[in-house]
Each structure stands twice: as structure tokens, then as C-alpha cells.
Design a protein around this ligand. Structure first.
Ligand SMILES: [Zn+2]
Length: 144
């Protein structure tokens, strides 16, 4: 059976999407910086080493690659046809790690905002995102 996404989409999904300073992450950083937000990057002291840490707003921002982090109902999050079991296990591990890190961060009182790779070019999504960062937080840690 042929792959369900074309070759260039497949290679885009699997190339360098994971890791630091990806294109989608840089896009979000530039946007937030343009609005005057200041942040730390890849803070190893926090669970999961979050991409963007806005300490003033007690908020962390995760920019997630749709394929690697299994974005639900997303056209970029399509399982490769070859080595299906390998990918399923690998990606399930990533999703589970994301979940655990999210729980740990919220327990420490952080708001965790996730923006997906497929959303970072949408100005309206980014603007709503900024509003959520600025929104007042409850000080007590939320239940996960
Ligand atoms: Zn997506």
C-alpha cells in the first residue's frame, strides 16, 4: 500500500522537526518577542525542558511537531506505512512523556500552553495564544 502522504510532506514531517530551534518554534518566538514578551529558552530546571518559559506569566509554551507528538486529527500526523509498529511505539513514548511533563509542570503551578506546528502560521491563533499567556492565573496549582 502506498504511503498516505506524498514524499515531500513525509520528509518535511520527519526532518528536524524534533529538537531545539525548529522553524515553527522560531516563528512563535519571533511573534511573542514582537509583542514584548520576554522568555527563557529550553529551561533544563523544569520538567521536560520546555521550549519557551515566560516566568513572569508562570507559563510555559511548547511548540510541538505534529508528527512527532501525534497531533490528533492533523494531516501532518500520519503514521508511516513502513515500520508501523516501530513508529507506533516510538511516538506513543513521546506522547506519554509529554503527558507526564505536563502533569509535573502544572503541579508546580505552571500554565502549559501547546501550539502545534500546523498552527504557527495562523496569525489569529497566535494572537489568541498571546491572550492566554497574559490572562490572569489562579495562583494555586491546578489539577492535571
Ligand atoms: Zn497539526
Amino acid at each position: 500500500m502506498a504511503d498516505v502522504v506524498d514524499k515531500s510532506t513525509r520528509s518535511r514531517m520527519m526532518s528536524g522537526i524534533r529538537g531545539k530551534d525548529t522553524q515553527p518554534e522560531l516563528r512563535v518566538r519571533r511573534f511573542l518577542h514582537g509583542l514584548g514578551f520576554r522568555y527563557r529558552l529550553h529551561d533544563r530546571k523544569l520538567p521536560g525542558c520546555p521550549d519557551i518559559v515566560l516566568a513572569k506569566y508562570r507559563t510555559v509554551v511548547e511548540v510541538r511537531g505534529c508528527f512527532w507528538h501525534c497531533h490528533t486529527n492533523c494531516r501532518f500526523a500520519v503514521m508511516p506505512q513502513s515500520n508501523g509498529a516501530f513508529w507506533a511505539a516510538k511516538l506513543a513514548g513521546t506522547v506519554e512523556r509529554d503527558r507526564r511533563n505536563g502533569v509535573a509542570l502544572r503541579k508546580e503551578g505552571w500554565q502549559v500552553l501547546v501550539i502545534w506546528e500546523c498552527q504557527v502560521d495562523d496569525e489569529a491563533v497566535l494572537r489568541r495564544f498571546a491572550e492566554r499567556i497574559r490572562a490572569p492565573k489562579t495562583t494555586k496549582p491546578k489539577k492535571a
